[in-house]
Design a protein around this ligand. Sequence first.
Ligand SMILES: *[C@@H]1O[C@H](CO)[C@@H](O)[C@H](O)[C@H]1NC(C)=O
Ligand SMILES: *[C@@H]1O[C@H](CO)[C@@H](O)[C@H](O)[C@H]1NC(C)=O
Length: 389
Amino acid sequence: MQIFSLLALLCLLTTIKAACELVNGACPSACNLVQGECVSQNCLDFTAKLGDSSTNPFKGTTAYIDGTVDLNITITYTDPKFTDTTLKGITKGENTESCLSLKLYNYEDSTNLIRTESSYTINYINDGSSTRAYQFTIPSKDFVKQLILSDNGTSFVFHGYYSLDFIIGSSLQRVLYFDFLAGIDRTSTDNLDTSFGSLSQKVQLDCSGDCQATVTSSLQFCADEACTQVTDKADLYLNDEIWLKHSLTKSGTEVYYLTNPEIYFTGDKLFKKATIQQSKLNQKGYALYLIKVEIAWRNVAIVAKATLSLTPTLRILDEQSRLLQQTSQKAQGLTSQLDCVKDKDSDTCIECDESLPVDNYNEPQGDGCPTMGDSILIFLSMILVALFI
Ligand SMILES: *[C@@H]1O[C@H](CO)[C@@H](O)[C@H](O)[C@H]1NC(C)=O
Ligand SMILES: *[C@@H]1O[C@H](CO)[C@@H](O)[C@H](O)[C@H]1NC(C)=O
């Protein structure tokens, strides 16, 4: 008798565990079918908080994190069930009872749904009130890589396009697209300005969860101009001229040329455009660039951006416009992070005071460090120097 009840209990336990699984296209009675996935009944309490096609319960804000140039992106919502421990929150990260998981994506721009899953950690903010938030941080060393850079004459303006995808199993429930602007004075990282753009909600992503992935490319150091040998790491010496090899690495993309390259030195607070002294773009699958190591910084990396093209020089001809549209994808290559830029004579790292605001626009100082923010101070010191000479 006892054995029977034990067996019965075991059976019951296994059925509870396997309770919400699709069997012959149907869900067991205690479960709900949500877009082809079988989920526990309280799942609808979580999906209901996502709003519908006419309501959007989310709000976004951006701010720089105090004392840094790192961006704080926060999406908040009001949770009517915040006091109920089994129903609070929306996603698994907030409540393990939930059926929804959350993914963060970074988009190449506003029009192309070319995206990569972001590796940033989503922090779940809940201070015990009905307001909850999803927060992530974009460090300034990633701005050039993750955001679209434009220059309005006085500031660099970084435009970011992201989404939060709410998913059940493999089925997408809601996509929250949002964009934001981060402005930084070109000559001083002291003057910062951000704004949150639009936030829109779609039931289904246009490419139904199967968006194009970004073109992948690598950026490596050449041993010499011929570039028959490449390395992932190199010692960077101030004022040295170095050749970089930018190669398309995704199979099928070897047939494209790389055109319109732009190169940046990036690091914390650093986004200094490099002057390309020479480039070799006339071969398929890769490009070579000659740049001067013109700036010193700790934990620095070099980023190259270029546009894919079927012809070595981009000619906009009518019959080509369709082709161009298909291939106007961008490739972005990144070197590994290097500890520092070295001084050639002493073979030691150049030390810059990285706590000071950075001038990312004007020529660096003689020692390779960026001129630090305050132009009046520099002007005064130049007068002083002039007086002593
Ligand atoms: C980011 O901003 C949110 C909302 O203003 C705030 O609650 C949070 O503490 C901020 N996080 C950081 C790391 O500054
Ligand atoms: C340039 O962008 C900055 C930062 O967003 C803004 O404060 C400034 O007004 C803009 N200047 C012009 C000329 O548009």
